[in-house]
Ligand binder design. Structure first.
Ligand code: NPG
Length: 350
């Protein structure tokens, strides 16, 4: 089976609204897509690296440069796009869906929407109301020191138990902030994601005993070894599994399997994927050990226009793609409209 070509493509997609976290403020998405051609069959992968390095060390420019320099020795988040594209091409050639190859049994998975920091509580409540109206049943809120209890209390007061709520701190707290985090226990949250910095597993293991809300790790889990170590240390009871930063769908499945073996909860984390990246994430999220709704939002959540056919909420869930590979190819018109740069590496055989 021959690798005929690898194309790197950068696109800039207008976002439906700015998205703020404790490290980032995104107003448009600069995304890297990888297309591989294997024996004449195309495969696609989306790189999860973001326009700026605030969340992870590798931003989309660094990922692009690393792949241009050496396709076989790039950072995990860049390699993940290439391996996903390779899986897509090979499975497309076999006429087999990615969900089937992964061993995923579900036809649809619960959606989950993430809401960034908003300028006011009122605007936050309006944003959450809009998503609940759309049909989301799980909402993830960004929190940080000084922007936590009041914000969560207002959302719980407005929407009651009608929605599942979880919070994401992106590592903004320290262990001494435990009392503020324990104050969130009254709101019956599904979990608190990455309360402490990514390298503080010991701190998380202590925090687990100081709060009732389940502790979930995201940024701390960048390999199967990280997951195994966090579980052994009792640093979390839930893991947010992200195939991009982990280095690929195969690593993500291995982390999923480790969570199942240890009785640790797991869910698929999102990185504002376009429809291309979301297709692969939906297939992964359908694995049985993903016990909590992932960051899986419908078309229209992040981008004014998307690269893939629309996927809409049905009963609070999203359908798992059933077509070969990731289930579909990017829309050529949208590719042309939003592409800002493209380069073919390892040009096809003469
Ligand atoms: O639904 O795709 C989505 C976004 C989910 O908020 C989300 N991801 O820290 O997990 C995170 C967070 C994130 C957002 C990470 C932006 C990096 C950039």
């Amino acid at each position: 089976m021959g690798l005929d070509a690898v194309e790197l493509r950068r696109l800039t997609l207008p976002m439906t609204a700015p998205f703020r976290t404790s490290q980032l403020h995104l107003t448009e998405r600069d995304v890297l897509l990888v297309r591989v051609v294997i024996d004449g069959v195309d495969g696609w992968g989306e790189c999860a690296a973001l326009p700026e390095a605030g969340y992870d060390d590798v931003d989309v420019d660094t990922a692009t440069a690393a792949l241009r320099a050496d396709l076989d020795h790039a950072p995990p988040v860049a390699t993940a796009a290439v391996t996903t594209a390779t899986f897509d091409a090979r499975l497309r050639a076999e006429g087999r869906s990615l969900a089937d190859w992964l061993g995923a049994g579900r036809r649809s998975v619960p959606a989950g929407v993430a809401v960034g920091f908003m300028p006011s509580i009122e605007e936050l409540l309006d944003e959450v109301a809009r998503h609940v109206e759309t049909g989301y049943r799980r909402v993830k809120l960004k929190i940080g020191p000084g922007r936590d209890v009041e914000l969560v209390r207002a959302v719980r007061a407005e929407f009651g138990e009608s929605i599942a709520l979880q919070v994401d701190a992106n590592g903004a707290y320290r262990l001494e902030d435990a009392p503020a985090l324990a104050a969130l226990d009254e709101f019956d949250l599904l979990l608190i994601e990455q309360p402490l910095p990514r390298d503080d597993l010991a701190g998380h293991a202590e925090l687990v005993d100081l709060i009732n809300t389940p502790v979930c790790l995201d940024e701390s889990i960048r390999s199967l070894a990280d997951a195994t170590r966090a579980i052994e240390l009792g640093a979390c009871s839930v893991i947010c599994v992200k195939p991009g930063p982990l280095g690929g769908l195969d690593v993500a499945r291995a982390v999923h399997d480790a969570c199942v073996a240890a009785g640790v909860g797991a869910w698929c984390g999102g990185m504002l994927e376009t429809g291309v990246g979301r297709a692969a994430l939906l297939a992964l999220a359908a694995l049985p050990g993903f016990t909590l709704p992932g960051d899986l939002s419908a078309t229209g959540r992040w981008y004014v226009d998307d690269l893939a056919p629309p996927v809409d909420l049905v009963g609070g869930e999203l359908a798992v793609p059933t077509g070969p590979g990731i289930g579909g190819e990017p829309d050529p018109v949208a590719l042309r409209r939003y592409t800002t740069w493209a380069e073919t590496l390892r040009p096809g055989r003469p």
